[in-house]
Write a protein that binds this ligand. Structure first.
Ligand SMILES: [Zn+2]
Length: 278
């Protein structure tokens, strides 16, 4: 049967002589696996459609679980994400996280738009650590593991201060903190950003200025969360860890800024920043 879907390539692996198998995240059919024949050949018309990060319109035949590309067109190549050091590292991480955290046939319209917005934000040169943390939160929510941040997970108390407990499922008040010795103390700025990330539509992510120490705390908190709730080992994560630790020393090239072509869902004028610098 012939199918047609828009999708973003979140995985691309070599397959046989000159072929590739790509995994698409589609808004309508979740993840779709498609064989792109001859994708690795120099003159292949469809080689670019099989590249990681490509957003395209794919038409494919499918009988079992794997499809075979019939034809396709690139909607947006996200070429900027293949240049420099940071862009590819963060985009590869977002793609791999998506692939591992989401089951094959889960409806994925919301996450699809968030991934597209994540790639767009990285391509535009927005702070990749903030984009990555916000996108992680979108993936957690899509996978059914969003933290509870507005009230104590144990007693329901709504006034803080709270500690962040990955094991308990989010906020723990002072009286309940004893339940998790590994709970993190986060400053108010980090709490505020976690709540923003949870509520935010990434298509509306503005330019935020966040202190390095706050970024480190967010990274640690969401890493603990991921380790507690999503049992995934990501290949792209160790490189990213190095980059986030030693990024300055590596002299990472800034991502290329694109002209301000607003996406159709969020025209430039309607984009909102979260509540300003933290
Ligand atoms: Zn409590």
């Amino acid at each position: 049967m012939l199918y047609r879907a828009e999708g973003i390539v979140i995985r691309s692996i070599d397959y046989g002589e000159g072929n590739k198998i790509v995994t698409l995240l589609t808004p309508t059919m979740g993840k779709q696996g498609i064989v792109v024949r001859g994708a690795k050949k120099l003159k292949s018309r469809y080689g670019a459609l099989a590249q990681l990060f490509t957003y395209g319109d794919y038409s494919y035949y499918r009988n079992g679980s794997l499809g075979t590309l019939n034809s396709g067109e690139i909607i947006e190549s996200f070429q900027e994400l293949r240049q420099g050091l940071e862009g590819p590292a963060y985009a590869a991480y977002a793609a791999e996280l998506t692939d591992r955290a989401i089951n094959d046939d889960e409806a994925a319209a919301h996450l699809f738009h968030q991934l597209k917005a994540c790639q767009t934000a990285l391509a535009e040169g927005k702070d990749p650590q903030i984009v990555a943390r916000a996108y992680e939160m979108k993936v957690f929510a899509a996978a059914g593991y969003a933290p509870m941040l507005d009230e104590c997970v144990d007693c329901g108390r709504r006034d803080g201060p709270f500690s962040f407990s990955a094991a308990a499922g989010g906020a723990l008040c002072r009286s309940c903190r004893i339940r998790d010795s590994g709970a993190l103390e986060l400053p108010e700025g980090a709490w505020k950003l976690l709540r923003v990330f949870l509520a935010l539509d990434l298509r509306r992510l503005g330019v935020v200025s966040v202190k390095d120490s706050t970024k480190q705390q967010l990274r640690l908190a969401l890493r603990k969360w991921m380790d507690a709730h999503l049992n995934v080992q990501l290949k792209s994560r160790s490189f990213l860890d190095q980059l986030e630790k030693y990024g300055d020393l590596l002299g990472s090239a800034p991502a290329v800024r694109r002209p301000a072509t607003a996406s159709e869902e969020a025209p430039e004028g309607t984009r909102e920043a979260p509540d300003g610098p933290v």
